[in-house]
Design a protein around this ligand. Structure first.
Ligand code: 1GP
Length: 254
């Protein structure tokens, strides 16, 4: 199995480089918007495109991924809400286990059922400890997952959960307060987790400003994921990407 995408994520972390990923919800795009998003993403020097959502209603994932690949060379990583969201046209798959919850289906059950198909897809599989953090109000992921999110002020639970994920062999930790969350993951929680784990840390959910993206990177996030805010205002992509990439140098000149 290829390790190309994960190697690039790891290498960027080793070099102290922060990465910016844009989340594309297949339900919210059509041919024209994919064209716009991809050309903006190339211009903004986005590092990764994530495709998926906790609840996807449309049935055009393959077409969406194929068009993205046709329009640009950016790596496309699937971020599936269920085993049905798999497209062999992508470059890699975040193989998520919801380690913050206690729903056995999302910890291992659905993985067992879909394992043969996932393997046949030939996709690069990136084992990911997925932690849903309370975002101040129910989000689609917190409702659909049928599992309690991790309390937003319990940094120690977040640390222990992330550590357990890393020691179980997961290659990434994804801290998510859910798409459109009222409250994004706190910097103190990100910093506490980053001090303890050495695998790359992905942070997303409710990040709406370049400043917040930058602060999250300073706290220890390696990859920032933004969906909603960019859906609302595509021009934010450039500023967000610049803020994330700027955090490498330690201070923001603005
Ligand atoms: C959700 O982390 C992603 O799973 C992105 O969240 O849509 O709120 O940016 P937003």
């Amino acid at each position: 199995m290829s390790r190309k995408i994960y190697s690039s994520i790891s290498a960027r972390k080793q070099q102290g480089k922060k990465s910016f990923a844009v989340l594309i919800d297949p339900d919210k795009v059509d041919e024209q918007s994919i064209e716009e998003i991809t050309s903006m993403a190339v211009e903004a020097e986005v590092d990764y495109l994530l495709v998926g959502g906790s609840l996807v209603i449309t049935n055009h994932l393959d077409e969406v991924v194929q068009q993205i690949k046709k329009e640009c060379d950016l790596p496309v990583i699937l971020f599936p809400g269920s085993p049905s969201q798999i497209s062999r046209y992508a470059d890699a798959l975040l193989y998520l286990s919801l380690i913050s919850g206690r729903n056995p289906e999302l910890l291992i059950g659905q993985h067992v059922i879909s394992a043969p198909f996932v393997k046949q897809s030939g996709l690069e599989i990136i084992s990911t400890g997925y932690m849903v953090i309370d975002g101040g109000a129910p989000t689609t992921v917190s409702y659909i997952s049928n599992a309690n999110p991790l309390p937003a002020d319990k940094n120690e639970i977040a640390v222990c959960t992330a550590l357990a994920g890393e020691m179980l062999g997961m290659s990434l930790i994804y801290m998510d307060s859910g798409s459109g969350a009222k409250r994004a993951v706190s910097e103190t929680m990100i910093a506490a987790v980053a001090q303890q784990v050495s695998v790359p840390i992905v942070v997303g959910g409710g990040i709406t400003t370049p400043e917040k993206a930058w602060l999250n990177c300073k706290a220890g996030a390696d990859i920032i994921v933004v969906g909603n805010a960019i859906e609302k205002d595509l021009s934010l992509m450039k500023e967000m990407s610049a803020a994330v990439h700027q955090s490498l140098v330690g201070s923001r000149e603005s």
